[in-house]
Ligand binder design. Structure first.
Ligand code: ARG
Length: 399
């Protein structure tokens, strides 16, 4: 009987390299790999590596633009920050990775999809649920979850099978894409300890940041960032550019005790310079263009939306329903925001919107004021009526 083919999500790291051999050996299968670029991935060398270890085919896909436009920007418009801190880089990448895996599995005629997620993280949940939604007929295999080895055992297996391992072993577990870099484990597991400087790769420590601030402008159209300093940029370029610009100023470091879906509290460190800047800028423009009620409703949706993304429920009607609501709120979120970066902080220093609700004649204390001061008297009288009634009839409340 012909061997079955398993399609493995391959990053080129130790875990997934060992997976190639393990799947061949344990499941008597041939392994095809797919490497997905959601930012900063050297596809060619990773594909070479997969073939060298014994993959029958090493596929790759550049998913950067799709990632930014169909996953990152909707989350930006939603204001999605898990537990108000984490812009969800890893979590947003997983459903797209699952989607590409399913497409590739069809192409190579695979009967199963394999990924390198461990058994105690959120990523396994996101991957299994997303593949299950897109292709219920495909089996999902998670070798790392099954074998339960520690790092030493993995390295031993790799050496025994002549799997090339990198000389310099990373002291942390990291994952990165255009929307941010996630760093966990190692010294970070002590929540009392300040993250060591070597945990960071995208952001300068404050003592290395420029003494002079940088000012720039971002324009948005219907909630989507379009230009930087007036120059129209592709979505990927814009995000990349901001990661660099804000990273230089030390903006975007996050240190979070996070509640994982699997019940664990975990210390997670992130670098997300572009995400921090864009969320702040987007929110500033919303504060000019949305009513108080719209802002408040959106904040409630933002929390639900982040939970849904974090918990691996991207491919659901619930998420799409929220997207439809959010999209409608963005109708007038057009305009520009002026930003200042300095010593680890991102300040919004200016905002303007052609259809904004900020009305100078109403806000001003100077000449030209059109607000009807006298009308306030009647307003307060009616607004305060229940307060006066209660105070009169239930005098104890005044204690
Ligand atoms: N805690 C983050 C999340 O659940 C980051 C996970 C990072 N994943 C990794 N393989 N290092 O989205």
């Amino acid at each position: 009987m012909a061997q079955q083919t398993i399609l493995l999500a391959y990053s080129g790291g130790l875990d997934t390299s060992v997976c190639v051999k393990w799947l061949q050996e344990k499941l008597d299968s041939q392994v095809a790999t797919l490497t997905i670029d959601l930012g900063m991935v050297d596809l060619e060398s990773i594909q070479q590596r997969a073939l060298q270890i014994g993959a029958v085919e090493a596929l790759s896909v550049n998913g950067k633009e799709t990632f930014v436009e169909n996953y990152v920007f909707p989350a930006l418009k939603a204001g999605a920050m898990y537990e108000e801190q984490y812009p969800l880089a890893t979590a947003l990448g997983r459903p797209l990775i699952a989607k590409y895996l399913v497409e590739a599995a069809r192409k190579v005629g695979a009967t199963a999809i394999a990924h390198g997620c461990t058994g105690k993280g959120n990523d396994q949940v996101r991957m299994d649920i997303s593949v299950g939604a897109l292709a219920p007929d495909l089996k999902v295999i998670a070798p790392v979850r099954e074998w339960g080895w520690n790092r030493e055992e993995e390295i031993e297996y790799a050496k025994y099978h002549n799997i090339p391992i990198e000389e310099k072993q990373n002291r942390y577990s990291t994952d990165e894409n255009l929307w941010g870099r996630s760093i966990e484990a190692g010294d970070l597991e002590d929540p009392w300890r300040e993250p060591p400087e070597d945990a960071f790769a995208w952001t300068n420590p404050i003592n290395m940041t420029p003494d002079e601030p940088t000012y720039f402008e971002i324009s948005f159209e219907k909630g989507v960032p379009l230009t930087l300093n007036g120059e129209t940029m592709g979505s990927v370029d814009l995000v990349q550019h901001l990661n660099h610009l804000a990273g230089v100023h030390g903006v975007g470091r996050i240190d979070h005790i996070e509640n994982r879906l699997v019940g664990i509290k975990s210390r997670e460190v992130y670098e997300a310079p572009a995400a921090i800047v864009l969320h702040k800028a987007h929110m500033a423009l919303e504060s000019m263009t949305l009513s108080k009620d719209q802002v408040r409703m959106k904040q409630r949706i933002a929390q639900e939306y982040s939970d849904v993304v974090y918990n691996g429920l991207w491919f659901t009607a619930h998420r799409r329903d929220m997207d439809a609501y959010i999209e409608n709120t963005q109708t007038y979120v057009t305009g520009k925001v002026r930003i200042k970066l300095h010593k680890g902080t991102c300040y919004i220093v200016g905002r303007q919107a052609p259809k904004g609700l900020y009305t100078h004649e109403l806000a001003t204390y100077d000449r030209g004021d059109t607000f009807d001061h006298r009308a306030s008297e009647g307003f307060i009288s009616i607004y305060g009526l229940p307060v006066r009634t209660q105070a009169k009839n239930q005098e104890e409340i005044l204690d």
